[in-house]
Write a protein that binds this ligand. Structure first.
Ligand code: AGP
Length: 605
């Protein structure tokens, strides 16, 4: 949820930490802070409420160092404030700590061990740094005090910690459990970060950490130990992504850049997964495992869950294999009755979503096979699943997911085609996925090129409203759930993506004069029904906008979509809906990329 960075062995530690935090700001952006020291006893702690830019404004020109830690926050315990910002300091001023995650038993630990300590914040994290100092004051070495505290933290907790003892100024004490953390390997320096993106200017070689491991990082050494204190040697993996891929270039916002990148994402997926002769390049082990299963369970959260809804359509209608889609946070604690031979697909842009990871841990415990479809190589859900398929969509920085949604659906289409061919079902033979996705890419290009038309519609339809509806049926119902989430996320308009046939059973009571209703019509079997449902709300004063496929369009429809394969219409229909959300947010003066209360990668349950 939060983003943490650390560096040791570099004279411009302040600049490295700030650049890293800016790259991680999508993980949380309500407050931030850094602590740096140089080897001559000078140390600096600067914290501020708000963005990294607000923190940067507080950092005096005298602040310098070669070792330091930094943090950008998504508040869990304690409101966003300067006092609750990280790093937190022990009462004796010796220890500095940043943390990503949540400590389940912080209140108990505070009560049991720290009743005599004066706290400066309301955070769970401060309890940990005060406890480390408490044990160190009994004469314990920092490493031992750190490990003792880790053993007192309960299993429900998640953490990645970076600790500095100012009596060992060039040393970073590191620990990880559930929250993502990587060690970046340098020459004469080393770095630590929640996501490789933060440190791609410093190194492209990173060491992944396993839950329960602790690390002592110095400029010229990295000592990893497992929970039993046994030394671990681990080779770094190379991240090929170029740091500039994370820059927004001339775009005002990442969301607009990533919407415009969708046609390219389609073409890249075709290039990666489909040969010139049309044969699909997916590991046969994945296809065989899927084929041997008797039911597929797609598990995901948020936008990825919505991509799963379309995945179900594709896997059932192209590959003829029964498929269920589940919200990860529900599945984790209320799983359905499983089939005899289940196979699990985890859809996750970040590869770090705690709700999905919690389910994968159960799936692994029960020995079932799984496939993670993700945009982040070497992410936790990729490492811990049986198989991985990558989206190759490039970094997605805007909190509102766009190109990952269309990328996930396109990859599900390619997977359904390959599986259908293996199962020798006719529907697969008729589904020329390369040709169809090329048509989609051209259609998406057409729509992003006409974005100014959507800007006008958003300005006319959504200037002041507090609520809105997207309506649709069958695959259009899948689309409108994602369309509604986009509008909610970035414009804060209370929006429902509703099965239009269900309106008259109650929810239509919310319709009044001027209520914006966007009707999505790409499915020829239900088109006329959705249109009559739209008539019903218009009769009650709703302000209706029709988003229809060219072959189903009628005069007066405001947004006409290029015709594509009936199972791929979400890939074009979502584009004007993403743009509607973008412009509605822009027109309200909001930060489109960093909506209030949200974070890009949700690493706590
Ligand atoms: C989508 O715009 C949101 N950022 C959010 O719903 C997101 O889809 C969800 O948190 C799942 O994230 P994941 O794909 O990284 O697992």
């Amino acid at each position: 949820m939060c983003g943490i960075v650390g560096v040791t062995g570099k004279d411009n530690a302040v600049q490295i930490l700030l650049k890293g935090l800016k790259r991680l700001e999508y993980r949380g952006y309500d407050s931030a802070g850094i602590y740096v020291n140089d080897q001559d006893g000078h140390e600096y702690l600067v914290k501020e409420k708000g963005r990294i830019a607000d923190l940067e404004a507080e950092i005096g020109s005298d602040v310098h160092g070669s070792t330091g830690i930094g943090h950008t926050r998504w508040a869990t315990h304690g409101v966003p404030s300067k006092a609750n910002a990280h790093p937190h300091v022990s009462a004796d001023g010796r220890y500095y700590l940043v943390h990503n995650g949540m400590i389940g038993n912080f209140a108990e630990l505070k009560k049991q061990y720290l009743s005599d300590v004066t706290f400066k914040s309301d955070t769970d994290t401060e309890v940990i740094v005060q406890l480390i100092a408490k044990f160190a004051q009994t004469g314990m070495a920092t490493k031992a005090a750190f490990k003792k505290v880790l053993n007192l933290i309960d299993d429900s907790s998640s953490y990645s910690f970076l600790l500095i003892d100012n009596q060992e100024p060039n040393t970073l004490y590191v620990a990880k459990n559930k929250s993502p953390l990587l060690i970046g390997v340098g020459d004469g320096f080393n770095v630590v970060c929640s996501d490789a993106l933060a440190m791609l200017d410093q190194t492209h070689d990173f060491i992944e950490l396993i839950d329960g491991e602790t690390v002592i990082v110095k400029p010229d050494s990295i000592l990893i130990e497992d929970t039993d204190g046994k030394r671990i040697e681990r080779k770094p993996f190379h991240v090929s992504t170029d740091a500039s891929a994370a820059d927004k270039g001339a775009y005002p916002y990442y969301m607009l850049k990533e919407i415009d990148e969708q046609p390219g994402v389609m073409r890249t997926l075709i290039k990666h997964y489909i040969s010139e002769d049309g044969s699909i390049k997916i590991d046969d082990n994945i296809l065989q495992s899927l084929h041997q299963s008797d039911r597929i369970y797609i598990v995901a959260a948020g936008t990825s869950y919505h991509a799963g809804l379309v995945g179900k359509e594709l896997l059932e209608k192209v590959a003829k294999i029964p498929t269920e889609v589940h919200v990860a946070s529900e599945f984790g604690y209320n799983p359905p009755l499983l089939a005899a031979k289940p196979f699990f697909i985890f859809l996750t842009q970040s590869g770090e979503t705690a709700d999905s990871r919690q389910v994968l841990a159960q799936v692994n415990e029960q020995g079932y096979q799984s496939l993670t479809i993700t945009n982040v190589e070497n992410s936790t859900l990729s490492r811990e699943a049986t198989y991985t398929l990558l989206l190759y969509a490039g970094p997605e920085i805007a909190v509102a997911s766009t190109k990952a949604y269309t990328g996930q659906i396109a990859l599900e289409a390619i997977l359904a085609k390959a599986l259908g061919e293996l199962r020798q079902v006719a529907t697969a033979a008729d589904f020329d996925v390369a040709k169809e996705l090329t048509k989609v890419a051209n259609g998406e290009q057409e729509l992003v090129d006409e974005k100014k038309d959507i800007k006008k519609i958003a300005a006319a339809l959504l200037p002041t409203t507090r609520n809105a509806f997207y309506i649709g049926r069958s695959i259009d119902y899948d689309i409108v759930q994602e369309a509604a989430l986009k509008l909610k996320e970035v414009s804060y308009i209370q929006t429902e993506g509703f099965a239009s046939g269900e309106l008259k059973h109650g929810t239509i009571s919310l319709i009044e004069k001027g209520t914006p209703v966007l009707a999505v019509i790409t499915d020829k079997h239900t088109a006329k029904h959705t249109r009559s449902n739209a008539q019903e709300v218009m009769a009650r004063g709703a302000n209706v906008v029709f988003i229809a496929s060219r072959s189903l369009a009628k005069d007066g429809d405001q947004i006409v979509l290029p015709d594509v394969h009936p199972l791929l219409t979400p890939l074009v229909a979502i584009v004007p809906c993403q743009l509607m959300a973008y412009y509605a947010s822009l027109q309200r003066g909001y930060d489109v990329d960093k909506p209030r209360n949200l974070a890009k990668s949700v690493t706590v349950e």
